[in-house]
Design a binder for this molecule. Sequence first.
Ligand SMILES: Nc1ncnc2c1ncn2[C@@H]1O[C@H](COP(=O)(O)OP(=O)(O)OP(=O)(O)O)[C@@H](O)[C@H]1O
Ligand SMILES: [Mg+2]
Length: 403
Amino acid sequence: MNVSETIFRRVQLAAELADELMSNSRTGMAWSGLFLSAPRRTGKSTFLREDLQPALERRGALVLVADLWKNSDVDPGDVIVDTVRQALAAHQGVVARMARAVGLERFGIGGFSFSIDRVGLGKGVALSDALAELSDRIRRPIALIIDEAQQCMATRRGNNAMFALKAARDELNFAHHGLRIIATGSDHVKLRMLLGSREAFFCATERALPVLGRDYVDWFRARHDIPDTLGPDVLERLFARAGYRPEVFESAAIAVGRQGFGGPNAWVSLERTIDELMANVHAPAMRTVDELPPIDGAIIRVMATSYEMFAGFSAETMEAYRRVMNRLAPEPSARLDYPEVERALERLVSLRLVWRSVLGLHVVEDPTFAVAMRKAGMLDVVKGTPGAKLTLVTSNKDGLSVA
Ligand SMILES: Nc1ncnc2c1ncn2[C@@H]1O[C@H](COP(=O)(O)OP(=O)(O)OP(=O)(O)O)[C@@H](O)[C@H]1O
Ligand SMILES: [Mg+2]
């Protein structure tokens, strides 16, 4: 079975976005970039790869893809640099081979001479120069897709790469054949940081990638032997219950179908199976939270109760941590200091429960996990704790500042 048979294609959505992106407009997403957000596991990467990339290619773009989550050991900044280098190498094939054949590391693009490993951040050849050369050579727009773009803000090199791309975008859109930037993320709180006034992508268009809906459900029904008792309305409701996650919905439907869907109450067993699968999604992380030291457990709980979910250090918030910690701990403690909170946040970041930007901003890694904790009653201990509504406070090596 090839991919096209196993996924529902979103041709129209891709065409609309690609048309807008590839237009010559000097405003909007064509000029400043597009940031797409959608919840975890709802099909962002699939849409980029299967629908948007081909749509952009059909409109003449050279599409480069940097997946910042593919390999968590590689700095996001390096992933972006490597993506650009690979594109250069792919379009340099002949020249590069000739250069290597004569033992030369260096080769030129249109009179501009450099070796590929000199392209990078703070290296001899800036990303914007390399991309401008590539643009002139191929005489087509370049579209750079950055999947999980918020990771750029987790490291200094990643942050530098974002500013380098901003410079490249401005130069290529102004004087060459164009650089379209398309970025995705699961958490719009984090993505919004990228779009902040002091950040690289100020003014970029932010859009929610619509979750799959009725047309996906109809497609699924047509491919499987689904009884009339599970009509499109019922399935659409159950798909929403599955958090709009195709893998949860499809595995549940296939599992229930294997036993035979049964009579008019088929939806009951399907609903139960979906609920079980959804409960399992966050079960390992919940077990981890249960086993945390009280201070770590208190911080993640307090963070998860706030809408924006930033970890703060205001006196009120510190007090909220301390109170919740004392509710969780066998031995109450009278005080809690900043270094202890910093160390706990570090542990939470390494457990991937909390995400940290290079500026020292902390956010719950997965917003759907915060919702799951609330549903499981894990946040009840925070109730009635003064200061649980957090202010946006950042900490960095130079101290604390209120944003
Ligand atoms: N259009 C679709 N039709 C059928 N299945 C889909 C579709 N889009 C995504 N899926 C399935 O849903 C699952 C998640 O898809 P994908 O990895 O694209 O989501 P994501 O939002 O990028 O996830 P993450 O938050 O982990 O980055 C995969 O198993 C994928 O095959
Ligand atoms: Mg993805």
